[in-house]
Design a protein around this ligand. Structure first.
Ligand code: ADP
Length: 257
């Protein structure tokens, strides 16, 4: 009888784990679909704005210039621009307002999970990974899937940055530390080309990307997630070269850091 109960409990536990994995996969897929639909929704008004701008230039170049038509075309550009920025605003609201789930998150385990997911990419690009994970870190109250998504994004960005460099070591270092009494710090360092000061300023803007196939949504979503957890995410230069992305999370976002 005892054995039977144990079997049921074990079965339930596994069922719960499978459900969690499904939830994880679903939300990651949703984020991917979301990014694709944003790109689609925004590219439409931008294309319209460009077409209207060409039309305005033609009306102004005419002899005599057709100021009435030019003004109408410029009005349409204003409308297109507003539509594009509305789409971005809606997405920001969506990400910000969705209250993160409150569960106990062991940040070191989240780092190791994210490293597990990216192991293939890391190996393929000849990146050496070093971890320095502090012991006895407090458990964070937050959304495990979202926080893992942030770490995953930072790792993928670091690997992509380093895979563009020809010579030199490709080192990825992930550090966790206790920060004051009530916060945890996570730092992702790489030895890639780093970022210009313009890039450092703009990296967290939605749709800012320097990659040919990039969407520029990764860091903007990461920052929204960390903000929603009451934390802070920022970038700086690594020495002698490369980038450092760090975030601080309060143990309990309800109480602040
Ligand atoms: P994407 O990866 O689609 O470009 P992100 O928002 O994740 O979008 O990144 C925005 C930009 O920030 C990148 O295109 C790149 O220029 C810069 N960036 C991000 N991470 C790094 C890094 N580790 N090293 C150098 N540049 C980076």
């Amino acid at each position: 009888m005892l054995m039977c109960n144990e079997g049921v409990i074990e079965g339930e536990r596994r069922h719960g784990e499978v459900e969690m994995e499904f939830a994880h996969a679903n939300r990651v897929a949703t984020m991917g679909r979301l990014s694709a639909s944003i790109a689609h929704e925004v590219s439409q008004p931008i294309a319209a704005a460009v077409a209207n701008a060409y039309a305005a230039l033609r009306f102004l170049a005419a002899d005599p210039p057709d100021l009435v038509e030019a003004r109408l075309a410029l009005g349409r550009i204003v409308k297109d621009g507003r539509r594009a920025s509305d789409v971005i605003g809606r997405i920001h609201d969506l990400v910000k307002k969705a209250p993160p789930r409150q569960e106990g998150v062991a940040i070191n385990a989240a780092v190791l999970d994210a490293l597990g997911v990216t192991r293939g990419e890391v190996a393929k690009n000849g990146v050496a990974v070093k971890t320095q994970l502090a012991e006895h870190l407090p458990i964070i109250q937050g959304d495990r899937v979202q926080l893992e998504q942030v770490i995953l994004n930072l790792i993928v960005n670091a690997v992509e940055a380093m895979s563009g460099t020809g010579e030199g070591p490709r080192d990825l270092q992930i550090t966790t530390a206790k920060c004051g009494a009530n916060s945890v710090l996570v730092a992702v360092r790489d030895s890639g080309p780093g970022m210009s000061s313009a890039s450092l300023d703009r990296a967290f803007e939605a749709f800012y990307t320097t990659k040919s196939g990039g969407l520029g949504m990764g860091l903007s979503i990461c920052r929204s997630i960390i903000d929603a957890h009451g934390g802070r995410l920022w970038a700086s230069a690594n020495t002698p070269h490369g980038a450092i992305f760090q975030f601080i999370l309060p143990v309990d976002p309800g109480r602040g850091s």
